[in-house]
Design a protein around this ligand. Structure first.
Ligand SMILES: Cc1cc2nc3c(=O)[nH]c(=O)nc-3n(C[C@H](O)[C@H](O)[C@H](O)COP(=O)(O)OP(=O)(O)OC[C@H]3O[C@@H](n4cnc5c(N)ncnc54)[C@H](O)[C@@H]3O)c2cc1C
Length: 423
């Protein structure tokens, strides 16, 4: 189907896919279904800026963004992550070696790219607006009707009929609630403070995680500017009282404390953005789709930002759903129900693995219990010493072992190859 033909509504004025929510996941979903020839309606408000927030996107996500036409701009605005250093800073009994996971170990030039959330949303929004197969409605959905099909209802009473609804409306998803999908939620006694920093010494494309008793303190590389050649973003997990205390401090004192946490490895630190604060929690759903609805992104998984897995997982939800729905007749209930069962099976495994992995690592840091410390320390030692294990972990983080959806299979050009092609 051509894009122009796809944009023309049919006699019933029904769109093929209605995407609820215009965050990063919803925008990626709209672009991905439009790419597969479907008529898409995207309903959601343009997301407000997220202070100090960046997102590290790994190889599988970059392949997907390449297929959506977003990779060149993401590369131009983001910074390559060539390695991740993990430093145990819990003062535990067992001396734990520093662990480095490098792209070169798995024959890749980089593990991924770190880009500001706002820039990523802007790139995806521009592509969405330019795509004639997508109708973008800047509004909230107030209700849904799944009694005879899939209908979204807007505040002004408009009813939007769709063959299928993709819910990307975030952790408090209205679509999920109306469909009656159960959730299990829990909280962690932590807040993440986020900000952009300028520093004295270069990061050399390395993301550095200090694992402290209040959670990870993670510096992620950002591109330099003329005025500030060395920049990083910071995601700093801490307990609620410490967050309050630090937010009330004069900036200079906070900058000094940040330098201290980073062992002065990057020299003097200067805060270069507003500071964001995000309560830490977790969530899992009982099913990832029901009837004519599928859940993607934070509608179906929430966990703390450890190992930069959240949006990478969300993009896998989208690419996987596109795979499951691509070859079926959306009007055939039997085919649809089989496709959704397949989607649910895939997502249950991938999401469950990440949610539990992050939960165990986070709790193992904040609960000072000797056997847990010893287990975490021994795991670090094993991964440092055993090359095959380390390489398997790197691959799992950036290019998971699950059968990758079609839109994540095509390897991307390296930056050098892209430059050669352009010149
Ligand atoms: C501190 C921090 C650091 C992180 N770092 C990383 C990282 O490095 N790498 C990574 O992969 N992930 C990271 N994540 C996770 C990642 O940022 C999130 O998974 C991602 O932003 C979620 O995007 P989303 O589109 O699913 O949800 P949201 O961004 O919450 O979008 C949901 C959208 O739905 C809209 N909406 C809600 N209700 C309605 C309605 N009724 N009608 C229409 N629209 C509606 C909202 O307005 C919103 O725009 C991090 C998270 C945190 C907190």
């Amino acid at each position: 189907m051509t894009e122009a033909a796809a944009a023309t509504p049919d006699a019933t004025n029904r769109t093929d896919i209605l995407v609820a929510g215009a965050g990063s996941t919803g925008l990626a979903a709209a672009l991905s279904f439009a790419k597969s020839g479907m008529r898409v309606t995207l309903v959601g408000r343009i997301p407000p800026p997220l202070p100090g927030r960046t997102v590290a996107l790994f190889e599988a996500s970059l392949r997907f963004l390449d297929q959506l036409g977003a990779l060149d701009r993401v590369r131009a605005q983001g910074c390559r992550i060539e390695a991740i250093r993990m430093i145990d800073d819990t003062d535990q009994l067992l001396p734990v070696p520093e662990l480095t996971l490098s792209a070169s170990e798995v024959d890749l030039p980089a593990l991924g790219i770190n880009i500001s959330n706002d820039e990523l949303v802007a790139v995806l929004l521009d592509l969405t607006r330019a795509n004639t197969a997508i109708s973008f409605i800047d509004a909230d959905i107030v209700d849904y009707d799944f009694s005879t099909g899939a209908t979204a209802i807007l505040g002004d009473g408009r009813r939007l009929d769709a063959r299928f609804i993709v819910a990307a409306d975030g952790r408090n998803s209205r679509a999920r609630a109306v469909a009656g999908i159960d959730v299990k939620e829990w909280t962690y006694p932590q807040i993440a403070l986020t900000m952009m920093l300028r520093h004295e010494f270069p990061h050399d494309g390395v993301s550095t995680e200090y694992h402290t008793r209040s959670g990870p303190f993670t510096l992620v590389p950002l591109p330099g500017t003329e005025a500030a050649p060395h920049r990083s973003s910071l995601v700093w997990l801490m307990n609620v009282d410490d967050a309050r205390r630090r937010l009330a401090k004069p900036r200079e004192e906070l900058e000094f404390e940040i330098e201290d946490y980073a062992k002065s490895e990057f020299g003097v630190m200067k805060i270069d953005s507003d500071i964001g604060q995000f309560r830490m929690g977790g969530m899992q759903v009982s099913q990832h789709g029901k009837g004519r609805l599928a859940l993607v992104g934070e509608t179906c998984h929430v966990f703390p930002p450890i190992g930069a897995q959240g949006l990478n997982l969300s993009l896998r939800d989208v690419a996987d759903l596109e795979d499951c729905l691509a070859s079926i007749d959306l009007q055939n209930d039997k085919e649809l129900s089989r496709a959704l069962a397949r989607y649910d099976r895939h997502r249950r495994a991938d999401i469950g693995f990440r949610t539990h992995g992050v939960d165990i690592l986070n709790r193992s840091l904040i609960i000072p219990y000797l056997p847990v410390d010893l287990f975490r320390g021994a795991s670090f030692i094993a991964v440092s010493a055993l090359g095959p294990l380390r390489r398997a972990i790197i691959r799992e983080g950036i290019l998971p072992h699950i059968a990758l959806p079609r839109l994540m299979q095509q390897p991307i050009e390296t930056m050098d190859e892209a430059h050669r092609r352009a010149s």
